[in-house]
Structures are given as structure tokens and as C-alpha cells.
Design a protein around this ligand. Sequence first.
Ligand code: T6T
Length: 333
Amino acid sequence: MKKIFFVVVALLLIAAVGLPVFAAGQKEEEKGKKELTFAFVPGIADPFYYTMERGIREKAKELGVNIIVSEYPKSWGPEVQVPILEATAARGNIDLIMIAPTSVDALIAPLKKLYDQGIEIITVDTYLGDGDYSKPSEYSFPLAYIGTDNELGGKKVAEHLAKMLGYKGKVYINTTNPDVSSVMGRVKGFKEGIAEFPNMEVVGVDYNLDVQQKAQEQTLAALQAHPDIVGIFGTNLYSAQGAYQAVVQAGLTGAVKIASWDATEDLINALKEGKVDLVLAQKPAEIGALAVEWGYKYFKEGAKVPKKVIPGFEFFTRENVNDPEMQKYIYRK
Ligand code: T6T
């Protein structure tokens, strides 16, 4: 009798310890097998984000991740982007959203709401708050920021432009918005870079709200107000495209040097034609691919995602614009 009692107790003990371990193992296995679905919410319809989407799709195909791409916002800003974000999330069954927030603060609450519902967030290209997700704050919930070091890029643009101008003269900045991390960083870095040259001065900054026509009109007005401007920095593709068109319109091609951020085919052709003098190319496809890869590693392998992942950038000049190895940096779908 005693013997039977001990056998029963022993069996119960084995079951008590073994079952939860088995269940946990099953759960892990399920997690490993679960199909992942990531959504991409771009900032605006433009070749930069189309190229990012290509990088996302290529990496997702390789890793077997389902991708949902939201409607592309037709203009820049939270008023347009937030409803698109919400409609995308409402499709359900999304594990991760990769989004370029169109404002450092207006996207915090809408994204936090989705995060609280169990969706992970990676911000690509732009970030929330000051972009430091490693310290506790109301915007520290995203897994990571993956994008360019815009301040560094802005500084490098200033150095190149200054050199082209013989380190003297007045320069002007045409940019998009005052509350968008990417362009804010570029303006800051550029101003700091120019401040290192005592014979140079930034005479103005205009905000075109990411509308090329507005960028063109503002640049034209700046050239009229300051006929001694010798250099212009267009901080993104619509700013730069509008700025160089204004210089062409004013008949100042060559006399006013243009440094442009973003490598669209239009800007690369303008560089070849002498209408633009420098083009910084970001790596949007790489940014997209890295977002998918880190999301995948997080869900499938329990990887700790670095809070910041920063791919580099390249400069196109008239000297290297035809080099075969540079062609891959031109933005393409
Ligand atoms: O310059 C890119 C992007 O990095 C920025 O945040 C917004 O403008 C672009 O998409 C170019 O139009």
C-alpha cells in the first residue's frame, strides 16, 4: 500500500514539474512558427519611401514575413498620416508597425495607443521626441529608431558647400517643417558646420511644408531679398528640387551653388547638367531592410534590438556621378 502511495506521489510530482516546462516549450515553438505580419506607414508619396518599400519587401520575402503597406500620404503631416496609420492598424493581426512619424510630438499618442494594444513599433527615417528611446520617457516605447544621422549629414553638406564657395559668402536653407526630426537635424548640423567658417553666414531658413512649388517660390523670394546669396542647401528632395528650379528661373545657374539632400533621378540629372552641385544620398532600401530584419530577430529569436541603428550616406559630385558603383545609391522603386 505504502509503495503504491509513493509511486502515485512521485507521478504527481513529475506531472507538476514537467507539464509547465512542456507547455512553455510548446509556446516557444509556437512563437517560432507563428507567421509574422509587419506594416509600413511612410511619411509621404515620394521616391525616398518607394525605395524604402523595395528594401522592406526584399528582406521580408527572404525571411518569410508578410508585409502590409499603408496608403501613401499625399501630403506631409499628422493630419493626413494619423488616419492612415489607424486604418492600417484596424486591419488587425499586425505584429509590428514600421513608421516614419511626420512630427516629433503629434505621433506619440496615436502610436502609444497601438503599442498598448500589443503592436510593436520601429520608427524609420524619423523619430519621436529627441529620438533617445533608451531613457524612460513618454516616447521611449518603440523598439528602435532606424535612419540616417541627419546632424552629421548636415554638417558634412556644410563642409562640402563651404569648400565649393572658397569658405566665404552668404548661404540660404530651404527645408520642410520645424517639427520633423530628419530635417531638423539637417538644418542644425548645417548651421553648426557653416558657423565654423568666419566668412560665411546663413541668411535665412524657409519652411515649405514639403511642397516643391512652395520651395521654389520661397527660394526665388530669398534670392531677390538677398542678391548676394552664393549657396543654397535644400534639406530634402522637394526642397532641393524646388530650390534648383528657382535658381534656373532666376538665371543664376552656376553662380549660386546648390547642395541637395536626397538622390532622386531628377536631382542626379540636375547634377550632371550643372544645375545642382552636390547630392547626398541616404540609404532608404537599407533602412527598410534593417527594420524588417530587426523585427524578425526580435520576434523569432528574442533578440535585443539596438535602440538606434544608423546606416550611412554617400555624396554624389560631378566627378563620381557616372561611376558604376555609385548608381545603386540613386532612389528607385
Ligand atoms: O528626405 C526624405 C526623408 O528622409 C525626410 O524625412 C522627408 O523627406 C524625404 O522623404 C524626401 O522627400
